[in-house]
Design a protein around this ligand. Structure first.
Ligand code: UDX
Length: 436
């Protein structure tokens, strides 16, 4: 391949994109301001857990096509520059912090060669791409800018990058589209739908998709609340409505709700941006989606109190799961950790287990107790709270755990455990949205 690519920002998205683009045969230069991250990646080691990406990274480093540096001048050779930096929520509001995106574009601007294309992948408020493009027209008129949102899910990052269910490019002209078609040619050849949009639409596609997903999850969690009030079973309800292809059965898993680095902050930033644009009313429903989501965390705590006591000070609670979802070590805005911290603040002794997330969790919540093994975690517990649906928790044998705990009570915050299996082993079993 002739094109040389740069990837600016080598976090979760950037490291994945860099390794995947290298695997398509491109020379890829990854740049990041964090020297520790660059050193690790340069050794072929991943600074976070993502199934399959560790092997891909190590393999691509051996080819010599992939390199990482803190030196921004290294991007001078590249034709296409993917901006993959974070856009976290601002400290004092709902909006997205664009500092890193602006800094990334400014940092590469002096090194852009004639005809270079800067391609934003970060999730940004609508209008950002257009304003960055106008700025670039001043600082680097020889270059152009496009937007190419990513939809990758943690745990499936490689698969979602190399075999995405669609490619969306926001471009201002045919040339930018042609360059992106050249980059993604092997993926397009698989029959992947290609959607050309203008810049604002491409930005909106990403936040609209995440808002829809968040809405689906909060919808089923709202149904869980109603099921609890009416004596129904949300898992049966979800299965039954999911057979309608217009509804579909994915993302209807009721439980403690969504977390992570994307869904919560994206819906909030979307609301903030809509308000700036004078379209506040259109997204008012997202406020409710957020509220339902946060309420799910409270509901599980209510079940704990009703099982143990209003005063939790005498009780030990074993928490299974710290990450915001399984197959990830990401604990950003993790409902599991939020619940753990709230229970601890209420006076309970809380011990947390997670197959991959203990270290990141400890950094965020150093005062919680952590345990490397499920057996230690549940020892003498008054109650087990299942909060992240790792496979290893589904495979636990409740009859083996029974003799270890003080009280055989389990609360399934993810509707993922086999209720009959636990009950048959003598456990009191509760799940959110299931009254039986
Ligand atoms: C999400 C989007 O799916 C992805 O397309 C986008 O690029 C980034 O944000 P991710 O954050 O990896 O991906 O997680 P996702 O799989 O969407 O799950 C988000 C949260 O929702 C998790 O906390 C998960 O536990 C929760 N969830 C998901 C539910 O509570 N119920 C469900 O049915 C599905």
């Amino acid at each position: 391949m002739d094109l040389i690519l740069s990837v600016v920002g080598c976090g979760y998205l950037g490291a994945t994109h860099a390794a995947c683009m290298s695997s398509l045969g491109f020379r890829v230069i990854g740049v990041d301001t964090d020297p520790d991250k660059v050193a690790m990646l340069s050794r072929g080691e991943l600074p976070f857990y993502e199934p399959g990406l560790d092997t891909l990274l190590a393999q691509e480093m051996k080819t010599g096509r992939l390199s990482f540096t803190t030196d921004f001048s290294a991007v001078a050779d590249a034709d296409v520059h993917f901006v993959c930096v974070g856009t976290p929520q601002i400290k004092d509001g709902l909006a997205a912090d664009l500092t890193y995106v602006k800094a990334a574009v400014a940092a590469i601007a002096p090194y852009l060669k004639e005809g270079a294309l800067v391609v934003g992948k970060s999730t940004v408020p609508v209008g950002t791409a257009q304003s960055l493009r106008s700025e670039l027209a001043q600082s680097a008129p020889q270059a152009d800018l496009a937007w190419n949102p990513e939809f990758l899910r943690e745990g499936f990052a490689v698969e979602d990058t190399l075999t995405p269910n669609r490619l969306v490019v926001g471009v201002a002209n045919d040339r930018a589209e042609e360059i992106l078609k050249e980059v993604y040619e092997p993926i397009i050849a698989l029959g992947t739908p290609w959607i050309r949009a203008d810049l604002p639409t491409a930005e909106l596609v990403k936040v609209a998709a995440n808002s829809f997903l968040a809405t689906k999850i909060s919808f089923i969690n709202a149904m869980a609340e109603v099921c609890e009030a009416a004596g129904g079973d949300v898992t049966v309800l979800a299965k039954a409505i999911g057979y309608d292809p217009r509804i579909g059965n994915r993302f209807l898993q009721a439980g403690i709700g969504f977390g992570g680095g994307c869904l919560p902050k994206d819906i909030r930033a979307f609301m903030a941006r809509a308000e700036e644009l004078g379209a506040k009313q259109a997204l008012e429903f997202l406020r409710e989606i957020d509220a339902i989501n946060l309420r799910a965390r409270q509901r599980v705590i209510d079940v704990v109190r009703s099982e143990l006591s209003e005063d939790l000070t005498q009780y030990k609670i074993a928490i299974l799961g710290a990450t915001f979802k399984p197959d990830s070590d990401d604990v950003r805005d993790s409902p599991a950790l939020d619940i753990s911290a709230q229970l601890q603040a209420a006076g309970a002794t809380v011990v947390v287990h997670d197959p991959k997330g203990i270290e990141p969790a400890r950094k965020r919540f150093p005062s919680l107790q952590y345990s490397e093994s499920v057996t230690d975690c549940v020892k003498a517990a008054d109650l087990i709270l299942h909060l992240t649906e790792w496979r290893e928790y589904r495979e636990l044998d409740p009859s083996v755990l029974g003799p270890l705990v003080k009280n055989k009570i389990v609360i399934d915050g993810r509707n993922a455990l086999d209720r009959d299996k636990w009950r048959n082993a003598g456990w009191k079993f509760h799940a959110l949205g299931r009254t039986d």
